[in-house]
Design a protein around this ligand. Structure first.
Ligand code: 57M
Length: 359
């Protein structure tokens, strides 16, 4: 909005020219979102506690979690509010990719909200059915894939890092491929969200990384120089990523150990979906395996654990899946698991960024 309201005034006051720059708007989108989620946080926590939107804790998990019963959940509402207000203030609305990412994020937030609402407010212990949840997720993700496929400025090639000459064209197959990336990423973030700050920390790191990828992909000269696909209007997604980083840090202030609030599915599902959609839109699909590497590791630990459990009728690879529970049951204090997982996420994001220079 500022882009339209303030930038045109640069003809009379030249300093207002800065409102044209993506870098400037990204920084301020980030600070705006941080301030919104930081300042509204205590109020949201009080409201959720008063409405008794408190977490139910399963008694088959690590015993250290029982004391978390009643912690207000659905804090994702705060993250999304901060992101949406901030981006609407700072983004240039003419960017098509921005609307695709926003639509997907909001779609997944509504699914997460419905699930949390049934579970936490209506006290229907199971929330949405697994099939129902996955079906709705697939619908939103396929819609995102279709919108991109039909957008004339979008190519359906998948770029392979390290081998930039290899870029298979998936054609219409890009639609299910995009949906798979988005739904997979959303659920991987959801599985990771099981310790204080464990999901939001690596999510902030991942959005920070895609902030750079989006800037590069949206800049003809830099994209050509680095031999990555140029995507028109993609630079504005840096502003969106900046807002996610800011809102995430503001939320982490309250979600850090010992957490005063959890994000709920209304937080984890849209954050994961936003990340997956960013990977698709910026044409950095494969590096997502590294940028979101921690989420991938957590999801794989569940796949292997469940697979092995079924094959061997009751034997386990890990003490408990997802992987963070394994380390908790080994006796690591919760903050130790969290910070070590963050360190891994930072290292993987750095490797992912290096793929820009390696060919
Ligand atoms: C959500 N939700 C947390 C909170 C958060 C297939 C199976 C592996 C699925 C998996 C599962 O259900 N995962 C999805 C995980 C829950 O957090 C709530 O959920 C929201 C995210 N969707 O925002 O509202 C609990 O996590 C803890 N928490 C924190 N701090 C946070 O900031 O401490 C969350 C956020 C909260 C709180 O305790 O209550 C969750 O873990 O339930 N299932 C599991 O993860 C279960 N694993 C399991 O059954 N493993 C089996 C295999 C064979 C599948 C095994 O290894 O034997 C574990 N989860 C729990 N108890 N709670 C184990 C049992």
């Amino acid at each position: 909005m500022f882009y339209y309201l303030i930038y045109p005034l640069h003809t009379s006051l030249s300093v207002l020219n800065v409102f044209r720059y993506i870098t400037f708007r990204t920084i301020y989108a980030s600070l705006t979102a941080f301030l919104i989620s930081f300042m509204l946080g205590p109020w949201v926590i009080r409201k959720l506690s008063r409405w008794q939107v408190g977490q139910y804790i399963r008694d088959d998990g690590p015993r250290s979690h029982l004391k978390k019963a009643g912690t207000p959940t659905m804090g994702g509402v705060l993250i999304l509010f901060a992101v949406i207000v901030s981006t609407l203030l700072w983004v240039n609305f003419a960017s098509f990719p921005f609307w695709v990412v926003l639509m997907t994020t909001v779609g997944f937030a509504l699914i997460g909200f419905a699930d949390d609402y049934l579970m936490q407010v209506k006290r229907r212990s199971k929330g949405l059915s697994v099939a129902g949840k996955l079906g709705l997720q697939a619908l939103v993700a396929l819609a995102a894939g279709l919108l991109l496929y039909r957008w004339p400025d979008f190519n359906t090639r998948v770029t392979v890092p390290f081998f930039k000459q290899v870029s298979p064209d998936l054609g219409w197959g890009y639609i299910p491929f995009a949906a798979l990336v988005i739904v997979g990423c959303s659920n991987a973030v959801n599985l990771t969200d099981g310790l204080d700050g464990l999901a939001i920390g690596p999510a902030v790191i991942a959005f920070g990384t895609y902030m750079i990828f989006a800037y590069v992909a949206g800049h003809v000269k830099i994209a050509t120089y680095l031999q990555v696909s140029y995507v028109a209007g993609c630079g504005e997604l840096s502003v969106f990523c900046g807002a996610l980083v800011g809102a995430g840090l503001g939320f982490l202030w309250f979600n850090t150990y010992p957490a005063q609030i959890f994000m709920g599915d209304v937080g984890s599902l849209p954050l994961g979906a936003a990340l997956g959609t960013l990977a698709v839109v910026t044409k950095q699909e494969i590096p997502l395996i590294l940028v979101g590497g921690l989420f991938v590791i957590e999801a794989l630990s569940v796949i292997f654990q469940v697979g092995f459990y079924k094959m061997t009728r009751g034997r386990r690879i890990f003490k408990m899946a997802p992987l963070h529970h394994h380390f908790e049951l080994k006796g690591w204090p919760e903050p130790k698991v969290i910070v070590r997982f963050w360190i891994i996420a930072i290292a993987l994001a750095l490797i992912a960024m290096s793929t820009l220079k390696l060919r």
